[in-house]
Design a protein around this ligand. Structure first.
Ligand code: ARG
Length: 467
């Protein structure tokens, strides 16, 4: 039996009937639909709509539906079910008889889908948090293993200053921790229960909304029934957060692709995460990295699709909202799916430390340290910059580095140069002068690793509390 056929004189066009269904994709909400339905049933009992026996039989029926679907690996099948709500009603009535129809008393699918989707996003955030913690741990472990190994840092993709490999890796950890934080923020805002909002104006029976919210581990009930049934902000926020998370991974992937070229040769692509060419026997391609970059496009596409779906909708529920589900599911699967891939890649990749270190030895990356040497001798910064710039010009003409210039040559630029200049140009002192919190001086990076570990620990505590 349909959920709404009473006032219709004609059956639906059969093609339209199939076309408008959402069961094919919303059946993945089944476990949330069952949990929300159980909470609603309990509230119906408290409101005196269901007897104790009726409640028991409904709860048992709901449990059986979950059990069967789990046994069938969640692949609930039904050729007639319009959506997951209709599916549950049909299944319930098939199991416990007409009393099953009492479950829908005083509620609407509009509040149900809003509730199911909040529960779905909340669970997805918890899963993402676990994966992000693993990812951050993988990057931090590699940072720790890298010790005091150095590499060039780039600005404008031109060699800029040497940094510790660990410092570079921790830059990514910061991005991922921010992503985790944004997800936590989104979780906090979505954790309100729409049950009891009805179709638009609120439930038609005196349901205890606080009780239902509590049962589903929501912080409280939503405040306005019109908003609660039409709000999908939590989906937009979530998928936009995923876009940003994927965007970080995509930037990482692009950098790794560049670093793995023969021209850079900073990283050796792990064979277990690369493929070859069917044509060119010598090829080893960075597929994992390219797919991360490519899939990011799809996630950002979903975020855009969602905003465009919502932007013209008057209050309150409109069937357009059904179209928010597929981009949500696809973005979630895609974003969650790439995290263990990236973590695995990171654990396996080999850094060519000698190549990275070699690259720090040329290209005048010690020029700023040279200027700092003059500044420490009282030379105004702009003049020091100019004088070291002239020294660089001289080196370019001679095809040498700053440390190859003689003291006499240097003194034509500024008499303040002395023997100590060469020391200040050495890699260890170049790194060492960046001795501020957040800087690349080894002692600072050492502390940063400890701080990152602590933040990962805090994230794991949050995960544990929500488990
Ligand atoms: N399948 C629908 C959706 O996802 C459920 C809500 C249907 N509500 C309605 N008034 N037709 O949006």
């Amino acid at each position: 039996m349909k959920m709404w056929s009473g006032r219709f004189r004609e059956p639906l066009d059969s093609q339209f009937e199939r076309w408008q269904r959402s069961f094919e994709f919303d059946r993945r909400l089944l476990s949330y639909e069952l949990a929300a339905s159980a909470a609603h049933a309990r509230a119906l009992k408290s409101a005196g709509v269901l007897s104790a026996d009726e409640l028991i039989s409904i709860l048992e029926g709901l449990q059986q539906i979950g059990g069967t679907a789990t046994a069938a690996k969640g692949l609930a099948e039904d050729d007639e079910a319009e959506d997951v709500h209709h599916f549950v009603e049909k299944q319930l009535v098939a199991r416990i008889g007409e009393v099953g129809y009492k479950l829908h008393s005083g509620r609407s699918r509009n509040e149900q889908i809003a509730t199911d989707l909040r529960l779905y996003v909340r669970a997805a955030i918890d899963e993402l948090h676990s994966e992000l913690a693993e990812l951050c741990a993988a990057f931090t472990d590699r940072a720790e293993q890298a010790g005091t190994a150095a590499m060039p840092a780039y600005t404008h993709l031109q060699r800029a200053e040497p940094v510790l490999v660990a410092h570079w890796l921790l830059a990514y950890v910061e991005m991922f921790l921010r992503d985790a934080d944004r997800l936590a923020d989104c979780r906090k805002r979505l954790n309100l229960c729409p049950l009891g909002s009805g179709a638009v104006a609120g439930a038609t029976l005196p349901l205890d909304r606080a009780l239902m919210a509590d049962e589903l581990d929501f912080d409280s009930a939503t405040a306005n029934s019109i908003d609660a049934t039409s709000d999908r902000d939590f989906i937009l926020e979530f998928v936009n957060t995923l876009s940003l998370q994927c965007l970080h991974l995509s930037r990482w992937a692009e950098e790794m692709i560049i670093f793995s070229t023969q021209e850079f040769g900073f990283v050796q692509l792990p064979e277990s995460y690369s493929t070859g060419s069917s044509a060119m026997p010598q090829k080893k391609n960075p597929d994992l990295l390219e797919l991360v970059r490519g899939k990011t496009g799809r996630v950002i596409g979903s975020a855009t699709a969602l905003m465009i779906t919502l932007k013209g909708l008057p209050l309150a529920y409109n069937k357009d909202l059904q179209e928010t589900q597929q981009p949500l599911f696809d973005a979630t699967d895609t974003a969650i799916g790439m995290l263990p891939m990236v973590a695995g890649w990171m654990k396996t990749v080999e850094f060519a430390h000698w190549r990275m270190n070699d690259a720090t030895q040329s290209g005048f990356m010690n020029a700023w340290a040279g200027a700092t040497y003059l500044v420490n001798r009282g030379v105004p910064s702009r003049l020091a910059h100019e004088q070291i710039g002239k020294a660089v010009k001289l080196c370019v003409e001679r095809n040498c580095e700053l440390q190859d210039l003689t003291l006499d040559e240097l003194r034509t630029l500024n008499p303040a140069f002395d023997e100590g200049f060469r020391d200040c140009l050495k890699p260890a002192s170049v790194l060492g002068i960046h001795d501020v919190s957040g800087g690349t001086a080894p002692a600072r990076v050492h502390k940063a690793i400890a701080a990152a570990k602590k933040k990962i620990g805090t994230l794991r505590e949050v995960i544990h509390a929500h488990a």
